[in-house]
Design a protein around this ligand. Sequence first.
Ligand code: TTP
Ligand code: MG
Length: 406
Amino acid sequence: MARSILHIDLDAFFVSVEQALNPELKDKPVVVGGRPDKRGVVASASYEARGFGLHAGMPLATACRLCPQATFIEGSFPKYREASQRFMAILADFSPYLEPVGLDEAYLDATGFESIYGSIRQMAMDIKRRIKTELGLCASVGIASCKVVAKVASELSKPDGLLEVAAGKELSFLAPLPIAKLPGIGRKTEQILNSLGIDTIPKLSMMPLDALKSHFGASGELLHRYANGIDDRQVEPPAAAKSISRETTFGKDTRDRSLLSATLGYLSERVGATLRQRDRRACCVTLKLRYADFTTITRRHTLGQATDADQTIFNTGQKLLKQALSQERQPVRLIGIGVSNLVEPGRQLDMLDTSVQRLEQLNRAIDRIRNKYGFTAIQTGRTLLLKEIFPENESGYTLQTPSLSR
Ligand code: TTP
Ligand code: MG
């Protein structure tokens, strides 16, 4: 039986939260990101502002030149987080198969729910209505038999849209669209494909798998599947984990501090991304080392303030690593980093601490790019060394042993 997957994405999220709180801003060009005289870029632009050519990522100065009458707002992350939590709570009322992606986007699996709501389309309309009346926000919804088509459909239906792609019609739905509309195709991939004469999704779908793999490695297979409207990824509700950890065994035992540190950096980023995906913060960081003789140690540090920042997890892990290595001469066989004592983010503390807010915004921005283009689309200085050592694909580095989670 074909699945019914919904992809729900809030329209102009940051801006719409500001407009819901201050009705004077409704139906006007509004930008969240900062004052136009500041350096920085547009985070969110209202659809009225988009009419003037404004979009996310555009420098504020350019935005101001194109649309001087727009209202520019610095923005405040805690407000968006609260709206996001209320948005996800509404969705959770409709299906337990809910997978949040970032703050304003989620997948719902509604397979077989016709009998409850009359039709899946009706269910989507009920979701949109609740979001409108309870939060004052507009959501766009795509319905399809798989995630990738549902996502393309919601995007295409914006703003305030609802688009259903019937099972079996995936390919004809995708056919007229430019390749850049497919998730996973960034500017670079688009350029390479264009240089190969591939500019439409049907052409991409007909390109031999081997040729795609030779140009794009493992992501080539994903492109092939997506272009054919095939995506068997499940909607995965985040588990209510008590701790999150990632660890890996080295191909060869090592004393190389740069390699240990770069691996720790990468594992910290994986842990941080999972924490943010689940909207949790951690109070404890634990380093795990297994030495050549298989003795295993863990070292734990309790933080003064709960965190979801890769940087804090990594810095804490680094300190624990330095202490551990100063007491041990053996090479390291396995390294792992974990976080525990998970709490929901508190709002008051964030408001006071702008450096915490900045880090959170930075990490969320990195998450967004990685969600769209793959984990290795952005690499941080602390992990660059791994590029020379491990093969990579869109979901990350291929380490000697897969990094484990619990
Ligand atoms: P998006 O869903 O990509 O954008 P949006 O909700 O503003 O607009 P759309 O109607 O097209 O969905 O991102 C959600 C929020 O994430 C957005 O409101 C602000 C934030 N964001 C940034 O801070 N920087 C960015 O570059 C992007 C794309 C989003
Ligand atoms: Mg959005």
